[in-house]
Design a binder for this molecule. Sequence first.
Ligand SMILES: [Zn+2]
Length: 445
Amino acid sequence: MITLIRGGWVLTMSERELPAGDVLVTDGTIEAVGVGLTAPPGAEVIDATGMLVLPGLVDTHRHTWQTPLRHLGAQWSLTDYLRRLLHDIGARFRPEDVYAGTLLGALAALDGGVTTLVDWSHIQDSPRTADASVAALRDAGIRAVFAHCDRLRPHGQPRSGTHLAELRRAREELLPEDPKDGALVTLAMGAHGPDFTDIESTVTDFALARELGIPITTHVAVGRPGPHQRGIAAMDGAGLLGPDLTVVHANGASADDLRRLADHGVSASISPQIELTMPELGASVALRRMLAAGIRPGLSVDSESVASADLFTQMRFALAAHRTDTDNEQEKEPPLPAIEALRLATVDGARTAGLADQVGTLEPGKAADLIMLRADAVGLAPVRAAADAVVLAAHPGMVDTVLVAGRTVKRDGRLLADLDRARELAAATADHVLGAGDPTLVTDR
Ligand SMILES: [Zn+2]
C-alpha cells in the first residue's frame, strides 16, 4: 500500500519546513519527504494543496475512561475531583463503561489530530477491564500506550492486592509486543507513586514494571511547591529514577527535584489547562523551570471532566503559562516562540511517551502518523507563518485528514468511525454512573 501526499506545506518538526512538499508512505511507514516526489504505479495520491501537513500530535497523559464525565468538574478543586470522580463515581464504572469512555475519548483525540495517546487508565480492577480498555483503543484505531493502573481508593483503604498480577497478565497475554515490534497499542505501568500511596509500594510496583520491560508513568509533586513535596526526593533516595519514568504534572517540584529528574533522564508530562484552572492543582505550570533544567516535557489533556479534548488548547495554555511565569517578572528571558509549543505537542511528546523512534516528526523510517490542517480555513487564512498559525489559532474543526500508521481515520473533516454508537455508549455510561434523572448530582453551580 503506497500513498503520496502531494503539494502540502509540510512541517516535519525536525529540521525542514517545505512550503510545497510531498510525503511518500509505504505500508504505514514514511519512505520519503521532499519536493516533486513521483507517485509509484498504483499509489494513492492525496492532494494536500492548501493544507498544512504535520506529524500527528501526542497526548502524554489522558484518563480516557473519564470521557463520559465531560465537563462535570468545571468548578471542582483537586480534592473534589479525587473524592467525587475517582473515589465515588469511579467505583461505579463497569468494564463496558471503561470501554465506552475510552472509545469516545480516543475518537475525540483523533478528531483533533492526536494520533498517539498515553491512556492513563487508573480504573483497572479486573482483567475484563483491561481487555475493555485495549479493545476500545484498537477499535478507535489510535496509537496508544495503555498505562495500566489500579483504581485509586480513598486514603487509608487498602489496594486491591491483585493489580500486580493483573499487570503481569496484561503484559504476557494482552500486550506482549513493544513499540519497536510495530505494535500500535503497547503497555506501560501507571503507578500511584509515593504521593498517593507510599515509597514501599512504589518500590514494589516499579520493580515489576522493570522486570516486564515496560515504561512507568506516575503523578508526583502535584500542586504548590513546598517542603511537603517529598515524592521526587523519596524516589531518588530509593534509586527509582530513570529514563523509563515519566512524571505527571510535577508543578510543585523544587529546583533540586527538577535537577534530580534531569540527571536521571526522567521525562515529564504537563497539563497546562488543568494546572492553571483547577484549585489546589497549583495555579502554575512548571514549563519554564523544566526547560531551564533541561527537561522538555510533553503536553497532556489529563481529564475531559475539566479540560478540552484537543492539544491545540494545551499548546495555547502552555504558551500563556510560560509567558506569564511570575519567576520571569523582570522579563529577563525572551518570550517562548510559539513553535516551541508545537514541538512539545509532537517531538517532545513522542519522546515522553517512549516513542521517539516511531513518531513525533515526519522523517523517513518513522510511522506515517500525520495530520493535514486546512490552511484555507476562514479562521486561519492567509497563512504566512505555518507553525505560529497552528499554535495560535488551529482547532479540531480545521483538521481535515488524519493518518495513523498510514491508515486514514479522518478524511475531508470527518472521522471514519461509527460516532453514533460511540456517543450512545458514552451516554448510557453517564446514565449508569451518574443516574439518569438528576443531572445536577455531581455539579455545584
Ligand atoms: Zn492525571
